[in-house]
Design a protein around this ligand. Structure first.
Ligand code: ATP
Ligand code: MN
Ligand code: MN
Length: 385
């Protein structure tokens, strides 16, 4: 089912979850162009068009080598007329006139600027753009109403738009472990998101926390947050209690109205991390000393604000949560679409439900979820769809 080379050229499966998509691929210029158009379509409210460009880009990411001629597109799925035209331009001229025009346009640039604020989605950014706002200074000067999240996002704008390095993610992992293990020594703390897929940089650091004894994890997160706060690590946090009842709860099927939102106990936070350049003289493996505490290095601005997501899952839902929080977003979307249309199953970060048998299908590992779906297992580093 995976991408392979046949006499007709590369053979590529229809759904992103049926393909292996490594982080590094051979068609970056093409996928960058298509993803710019996907983004621009999203900014214009055209979700369908946006998805079409995203799918085309994702197919190219799974190819074993660079695309060199238009003819190689014919056996590939998901490449529409518009995508083909863009690919042709980039192949022939190195750039697409349309993409270059988009990148220079006022709306695209302003929407990029605004959506890079933590807490600002496309809808809010469009509204601000339509009100005539163009810069971050405009937001402050015109007394735009901002949520607490957006205020924090604006305050830490530069830091939060500086990529988080893998080494910084490792430091934060040790800190989160230190915090969690004080209260629950047998809990497991897993790095998920882009870093689990092998990325060396990310826009945030994602963790999934669980305990092998179900219910032990209840109430853990608020203790962890309180401790982190008492140590001066928390610049911003928004916690949410879990909003489901029991395993088998029908609510597990309708989490967030079919979107990727789930109902786990979670915390979206901004932590204060000491700049790693200061870590050189410190002994290795000595825990979380890389993180700055209040009154310490903050005055000299020797710290950096970093977005951290903490999610707590009960053990029985852990494999589903792990699969759901490892991403990529497009891989997740494709998994759910495949489950629904090819298998008549509902998949989310809590459970897998078989509509024909009218039952939940339990799983003890990600591998078992792929088995239930009749999919070849795709390891995290190949989920960069
Ligand atoms: P980056 O390096 O940009 O952080 P990433 O793949 O880690 O890349 P995230 O936005 O952190 O991107 O998302 C990681 C995974 O968590 C995604 O697969 C996404 O589906 C899931 N996710 C993110 N936010 C939510 C949410 N609010 N509810 C449920 N799942 C979410
Ligand atoms: Mn992430
Ligand atoms: Mn995240």
């Amino acid at each position: 089912v995976h991408a392979g080379v046949t006499e007709d050229g590369p053979r590529v499966a229809l759904y992103g979850c049926q393909r292996r998509t490594p982080l590094a691929h051979s068609n970056q210029a093409l996928t960058d162009a298509l993803e710019t158009l996907a983004e621009e379509a999203g900014f214009g409210g055209s979700e369908g068009r946006s998805l079409a460009f995203t799918r085309a880009a994702s197919v190219l990411k799974s190819l074993p080598g660079p695309l060199t001629s238009l003819g190689e597109l014919s056996p590939l799925p998901c490449i529409g007329e518009h995508s083909r035209k863009v690919i042709q331009e980039v192949l022939e001229d190195g750039v697409s006139v349309e993409v270059e025009r988009v990148k220079l346009s006022e709306r695209y640039r302003t929407m990029k600027l605004f959506t890079k604020i933590f807490g600002v989605g496309v809808k809010t950014a469009i509204r601000w753009y339509q009100e005539g706002l163009r810069t971050l200074a405009d937001l402050q000067e015109r007394h735009t109403e901002l949520t607490r999240e957006q205020q924090a996002g604006l305050q830490h704008y530069t830091d939060l738009n500086t990529p988080v390095e893998r080494s910084e993610a490792d430091t934060i992992e040790r800190l989160v472990q230190e915090a969690v293990w004080q209260f629950l020594p047998d809990a497991s703390v897993m790095l998920t998101g882009g870093f689990r897929r092998g990325k060396q940089q990310g826009h945030d650091v994602d963790f999934l926390i669980t305990h092998p004894q179900e219910d032990k994890e209840v109430g853990l997160l608020s203790k962890v947050i309180r401790w982190l706060d008492s140590q001066g690590f928390i610049l911003y946090q928004h916690s949410q209690r879990n909003t489901y009842q029991l395993p088998g709860d029908p609510e597990l099927l309708s989490s967030g109205g079919g979107s990727s939102m789930d109902r786990f106990e979670r915390c979206f936070s901004i932590l204060r991390l000491a700049r790693l350049t200061q870590d050189k003289d410190l002994p290795p493996g000595s825990g979380a000393q890389g993180i700055c505490t209040q009154g310490g290095c903050g005055a000299a601005r020797g710290w950096k604000a970093v977005r951290v997501d903490l999610v707590v899952a009960p053990f029985s839902q852990f494999p589903f949560a792990l699969l759901g929080w490892t991403g990529s977003r497009h891989f997740e979307r494709e998994l759910r679409r495949f489950a629904k249309h090819k298998r008549k199953m509902i998949l989310n970060s809590h459970a897998l439900y078989d509509m024909a048998q009218q039952m939940f299908l339990p799983a003890a590992s990600e591998e078992e979820i792929f088995q239930h779906l009749g999919l070849e297992y795709v390891p995290p580093t190949e989920r960069n769809a």
